[in-house]
Design a binder for this molecule. Structure first.
Ligand code: 6PG
Length: 242
């Protein structure tokens, strides 16, 4: 694993750099194996990135016919629910770019959680031709408690080593009450590249605990086995990182 830590003046410059990385990685993956598989992050931080990718500077330069969108996690809600990570990406990115519908592989949050997890595992089996999924890129955010995707501190989901996708019902404040689906740590760690996008002062201490003290919070357990890990921080989130 190679580790990069970059700090940017603000979330806009961070998103611009992330868009450049996304674009570069997409081109390289498509050259290498004629397609680019990326697992999108939920939450609010990646919204600026998704908007840039749908904008004039990037949309026309990306080969959307060979780009396949997946999700790192999803809330167990219908696809048109305000809390749906898919809905957020659909509105900000997918509806604004010429990506074929068959390339959009959402988690079915409308199903019963365990059913949704099994359905996504079947989808990944098919896409990755029955081999262990190796995403070209995984985008992740981090909560103030150090969670990432829907892998929360102290949750049994962190110990899952066989399943690729699991249902999480980590029903403790301040995390949300709705159950979620998430890729498991092994799948995140098989990725060729993982990019954390983390902004805001409220996360600075958790970033320090992970990147300076090596705390084993969920976000600190994402270490691609043979891939590249890049933490992209704005100055506010990176104040504690030298
Ligand atoms: C989600 C995400 C979650 C998110 C972090 C950070 O479904 O909410 O998968 O892991 O990335 O909670 O969220 P913000 O970007 O909104 O701070």
């Amino acid at each position: 694993m190679t580790l990069e830590i970059e700090t940017y003046p603000n979330k806009e410059t961070l998103a611009n750099s992330a868009a450049k990385e996304f674009s570069r990685h997409a081109r390289s993956a498509i050259t290498r194996h004629d397609r680019f598989s990326v697992a999108l992050a939920g939450g609010s931080t990646p919204r600026v990135l998704y908007s840039l990718l749908a904008g004039d500077e990037y949309a026309s330069k990306l080969d959307w016919a060979r780009i396949h969108l997946f999700w790192g996690d999803e809330r167990c809600v219908p696809p048109d629910h305000p809390d749906s990570n898919y809905r957020m990406a659909r509105k900000i990115l997918i509806d604004r770019v010429p990506i074929p519908e068959v390339n959009v592989h959402r988690m079915q949050g409308e199903l019963a959680p365990e059913e949704g997890a099994l359905a996504y595992e079947r989808l990944l089996y098919r896409y990755f031709s029955w081999k262990t999924p190796v995403f070209d890129l995984v985008l992740l955010g981090m909560g103030e408690d150090g969670h990432t995707a829907s892998l929360f501190p102290g949750d049994r989901s962190l110990r899952e080593r066989k399943r690729w996708v699991i249902a999480v019902d980590h029903n403790q404040p301040p995390v949300p009450t709705v159950p979620r689906l998430t890729l498991t740590l092994p799948i995140l760690n098989f990725a060729r590249k993982v990019m954390f996008l983390v902004t805001g002062e409220s996360k600075a201490e958790t970033v320090r605990r992970i990147l300076v003290s090596g705390c084993k919070l969920p976000a600190g357990m994402v270490k691609p086995v043979s891939g590249n890990l890049k933490w992209m921080l704005d100055e506010a989130a990176g104040t504690e990182v030298g």
